[in-house]
Design a protein around this ligand. Structure first.
Ligand code: ADP
Ligand code: 5GP
Length: 186
């Protein structure tokens, strides 16, 4: 059976968003799940496109009503994937990508063992830090919180199905294509 649900994780600033954007340009039939979050929108982020931006109360309400396939706290904010959209895509036979943190990824695998987990690693910690800083989207305290997550993220990566290194962007995108196509040829 074709694999339909691909989860892409990795530390903040490793390039997940950049790699996925390029992948989707070349593989436009994939659906990208839009997550819910309690964090504030960055400049240019649009509600319903980048995230569904929820208040803490709204997010808690979704937890209480069992709306999430998975959710996790990351660097002081909560993030979650709504069950409904994923179920709808799978019912329609669509291929989906989730871009979520490592804790959420392991929850998805537990509930849906047929999902495929791909971890994107940086060439080095220094490169990761430079990318995160170079993006200019977080203040220093937030950058520090995100960098503090890296060690545990790397430990969780051991439970993933695949690990790739995002040094050269085009090569990283090709590797993801190879993994996804390989899973679907298996
Ligand atoms: P994430 O979504 O994992 O937090 P981003 O996609 O926002 O990370 O990327 C963080 C920064 O790193 C961005 O400024 C992006 O342009 C840059 N970047 C991503 N991939 C590469 C790469 N292969 N080489 C150099 N810079 C990269
Ligand atoms: P950012 O604030 O940079 O957009 O995202 C921070 C982290 O939260 C990233 O690792 C991102 O993959 C993760 N994330 C985004 N959406 C979700 C989600 O729905 N669930 C979980 N568990 N993590 C998410």
């Amino acid at each position: 059976m074709d694999k339909k649900l691909f989860v892409i994780s990795g530390s903040s600033g490793v390039g997940k968003g950049t790699v996925i954007k390029k992948f989707l340009e070349r593989n436009s039939h994939f659906m990208l799940s839009v997550s819910c979050t309690t964090r504030a929108p960055r400049d240019g982020e649009v509600n319903g496109v980048n995230y569904f931006f929820l208040s803490k109360e709204e997010f808690q309400n979704c937890i209480d009503n069992d709306k999430f396939l998975e959710w996790a706290e990351f660097a002081g904010n909560r993030y979650g994937t709504k069950k409904k959209y994923i179920k709808q895509c799978l019912d329609e036979g669509k291929d989906i990508i989730l871009e979520i943190d490592t804790k959420g990824a392991l929850q998805v695998k537990k509930q849906m063992p047929e999902s495929v987990l791909i971890f994107i690693a940086p060439p080095s910690f220094e490169v990761l830090e430079n990318r995160l800083r170079g993006r200019h989207t977080e203040d220093e305290a937030t950058i520090q919180k995100r960098l503090m997550e890296v060690k545990e993220e790397l430990a969780r990566a051991e439970h993933f199905d695949y690990k790739i290194i995002n040094d050269d962007l085009d090569r990283a995108v090709l590797e993801i294509e190879k993994i996804i196509n390989g899973e679907n040829d298996a």
